[in-house]
Write a new protein. Sequence first.
Length: 240
Amino acid sequence: MSQIALITGASKGIGAAISLQLAKDGYNIWLNYRSDDEGAEKVAAAIRAKGQECTLLKFDVADEEAAENVLGPLLEKEVPYIVVNNAGFARDSIMMMMDSNDWNSVLQVHLNGFFNVTKPVVSRMLRKRTGRIINIASTSGETGVAGQTNYCAAKAGLIGATRSLAMEVAKRNILVNAVTPGFIETDMLSKLPVDQIKAQIPLKRLGSPEEVAGVVSFLCSDKASYITGQTIAVNGGIYT
């Protein structure tokens, strides 16, 4: 029987690419998304075409009760080997123009979402004495970016949480790492000046979601069995 990988925010972009890669690696997928039914169904169909099972989990990761209601019954029967915390979004503005909703909503999705999904799973991973947790952070959380105080704070917090959780669960053979994408060709870049962005990147191009997914795949493999508490950048050489 195939092991399970739970990926949040997986109806498109990086999350979808990770889901497809892990399905290719032989995992059945629990695919979380908040509202994009069409996108989620499309990814699920592609996963099933690879011969793997896909269970769609529609809930907002920032909503603790919703996460518990969906995950609780599933976790009574099966425990994922992999959790990828990918759900996230940006509401960019300089601090002086940012309202409390822009601040709180971004932190709630990235940080509360990580907690709401990871805690119930890791408690069961501890009993099984195995598991992989991958948190998709961002180069922005390491460097800081003007106009993204909320987003950078959330991603920096996720990196710190990665390191702390890795220390807590290492004795039970659970590995926890962060991946920090730089400028990746997704919807988040659709309104940004791409040519100016490319000029900042030593490789002079955007990354692809599949390149991020490849690193996640490696961190979930036996080849990464001595890697935990680390932050792996996928950013084309941007200095952090």
